[in-house]
Design a protein around this ligand. Structure first.
Ligand code: F6R
Length: 607
């Protein structure tokens, strides 16, 4: 969703801001803009559409050493030039960029209008700029503090003032914000990827903290003006991890990275020979966790699908009752959290607003709150009592791929860890971990079937409706395969437990309907073969994901993609790979923008 970048230092701000905006593009946006603080004026350039449009109208020789910039994903007001950020007050003395939602913007707008203020845009953000101007007393930091006391809602903001060139004041509540520390220069950003080209030293702001940034340094305080000493942290990611590196799209790059990424995810954590697992991030809560009476996994989208696999894993390996909740539903229900309930939030970005709110709700009700998160230092990671990082590297493609497989690997390790501490035998753990250790190499061999996956996409790409069916561990994979296809190729696809087909969806099957069966060898193999027969007898076009060596299935399906054999609980990590590839090729064949699908944002930081 929206992205913020701000620069204070001695270099020309504009190229740095523009480069930062491009690094933020992956988050999804519909307009962009820049404010440069000159000697006697703030110069704003903004436009609807891509950053390339903004680049065409910018004066590239504009000299300024301080500036702020923004990519907007519309919430209040259409995605047009006027509603694009930065927003100014009516005199043009202040400029503001903002991520989040000012919930009482209507009341504030009415108040300001009664004070004679004229508004230009339909946004909630403009209210902030106008309010700061009305309250300004010669001290930007103090005025922003006063203004924020009047505001309800969420924000990451950066503000500049014509009268105080060389200063950015930034603040955070519920929307990520960090400050990159360079040599005599500072970069405020909503996302580490925007600053990585300049520095890997960073300070993360907490909710209700503010920072006043100038070339002389940074001063962090709370909204109540209590000074805060911040720890400088090192960003783990490297620049080449957030670049295409010769790949056509981030999605295909990240699909191909999965073997290596999963290896990193497991590194130092599993010992198959001894049947042991070391998860340092949860060591402090291991006792409480092992005694859990119930686990609730909460997440959104793809992470929720990983949670569904986690439910099977927790119940089978750890023998702990487990349920999976959409974070958006959990947070507004009146969930029952009893003694011994552990809530685990699963999130790639660590910034998904609903998942964060669900976690906060669970904590407030006394649950032990854990996280399975990719982005180190993200809001969800900082809110949890303990957690396990994915360590799969940055995921830039909007469609989540390596994060899903990483989430399932982490949940597999966690389930085995708990199982081993409760009832699982050492040989049982040894067998499971030996199979898990082989997964990265097996993932890599599946990628060799890229051409076969492209062929499936070519054969059925003109069909507007697809079904994905699986049973047991493969049911969540069916959901994930359908989500991948619809979000990037805009083909309508539905995922279902295969047995549910007979309760309604079978009515959809005609000789035009591609039906993807995840039909690997396992406890429900014969059942799924029966489901395939049911679809065939109604003329459906069967595509099967099957286990290597299963020749029977090639007589039933029009297309088969084979995956190597592994233990049933680990199969989802393998079966999802061909589905990611099929979706990728279908999107390309339909001419879709794979990395920036319409209407979607990488990290959903508003409800
Ligand atoms: C789909 C996708 C989304 C995310 C969801 C949660 O490809 O990426 O469904 O999985 O928005 O995001 P995180 O994991 O960042 O909380």
């Amino acid at each position: 969703m929206c992205g913020i970048i701000g620069y204070v230092g001695t270099k020309q701000a504009l190229p740095i801001l523009l480069e930062g905006l491009k690094r933020l593009e992956y988050r999804g946006y519909d307009s962009a803009g820049v404010a440069l603080v000159g000697d006697d004026a703030i110069r704003i350039t903004k436009s609807a559409g891509r950053i390339s449009v903004l680049e065409q109208i910018l004066k590239h020789d504009d000299q300024a050493v301080t500036g702020i910039a923004h990519t907007r994903w519309a919430t209040h007001g259409a995605p047009n030039d006027i509603n694009a950020h930065p927003h100014t007050d009516q005199s043009g003395r202040f400029a503001v960029v903002h991520n989040g939602i000012i919930e009482n913007h209507y009341t504030l707008r009415t108040y300001l209008q009664n004070e004679g203020v004229t508004f230009k845009s339909d946004t909630d953000t403009e209210v902030l700029g106008q309010l700061i101007a009305l309250l300004y007393d010669g001290d930007l930091e103090e005025t922003v503090r006063k203004a924020l006391h009047e505001v309800r809602g969420t924000y990451g903001i950066a503000v500049v003032c014509r009268d105080e060139p060389g200063v950015i004041v930034a603040a955070k509540r519920g929307s990520p914000l960090l400050v990159g520390i360079g040599k005599g220069e500072y970069i405020v950003a909503s996302d580490a990827s925007a600053i990585l080209a300049h520095t890997s030293q960073v300070v993360y702001l907490e909710d209700d903290e503010m920072v006043c940034v100038s070339a002389n340094g940074i001063r962090t305080t709370t909204l109540e003006d209590i000074p805060v000493t911040k720890k400088i942290q090192e960003i783990e990611w490297t620049l080449d991890q957030i670049e295409l590196g010769g790949h056509e799209h981030f999605m295909i790059k990240e699909i191909h990275e999965q073997g290596a990424a999963l290896k990193t995810c497991m590194r130092g954590r599993i010992d198959p020979e001894k049947g042991t697992i070391h998860l340092g991030g949860i060591a402090d809560v291991a006792r409480e966790l092992t005694r859990a009476k119930r686990i609730i996994l909460t997440a959104c989208g793809t992470a929720w699908h990983a949670g569904l696999v986690g439910e099977y894993l927790m119940e089978e390996l750890a023998r702990i009752p487990c349920e999976v909740e959409y974070a958006s539903e959990f947070r507004y229900r009146n969930p029952i959290i009893e003694d011994g309930t552990v809530v685990i939030a699963i999130s790639q970005s660590g910034e998904t607003a609903d998942t964060l709110a669900a976690l906060e709700e669970a904590k407030q009700r006394g649950a032990l709150a854990l996280g399975v998160v990719n982005v180190v230092g993200s809001s969800i990671a900082r809110t949890t009592d303990a957690g396990i990082y994915l360590h799969v590297g940055p995921e830039i493609g909007v469609a989540s791929t390596k994060a899903f497989s990483g989430q399932v690997v982490v949940l597999s390790m966690l389930a085995c860890y708990l199982g081993r501490r409760r009832h699982m035998s050492q040989p049982g753990a040894e067998q499971f971990l030996t199979a898990l250790e082989r997964i990265p190499e097996q993932v890599t061999t599946i990628l060799e079937q890229n051409d076969a996956c492209r062929k499936v996409a070519e054969t059925y790409v003109d069909r507007d409706n697809w079904l994905y069916l699986g049973r047991g561990y493969q049911y969540p994979v069916a959901l994930e395969g359908a989500l991948k296809l619809k979000e990037i190729s805009y083909i309508h696809a539905e995922g279902l437990p295969a047995a549910e087909m007979k309760h309604g969806p079978i009515a959809l099957i005609t000789d035009d309907m591609p039906v993807v069966f995840i039909a690997t060898r396992g406890s429900q193999y014969e059942k799924i073969i029966s489901n395939i027969e049911e679809v065939r007898s109604r003329g459906g076009r069967v595509i099967a994901i099957a286990t290597e060596g299963d020749h029977h299935i090639s007589q039933l399906a029009e297309s088969v993609i084979y995956i190597p054999d592994t233990l049933e609980p680990l199969q989802p990590i393998l079966t999802v790979i061909p589905l990611q590839l099929i979706a990728y090729h279908a999107a390309l064949l339909r001419g879709c923008n794979v990395d920036k699908p319409r209407n979607l944002a990488k990290s959903v930081t508003v409800e």
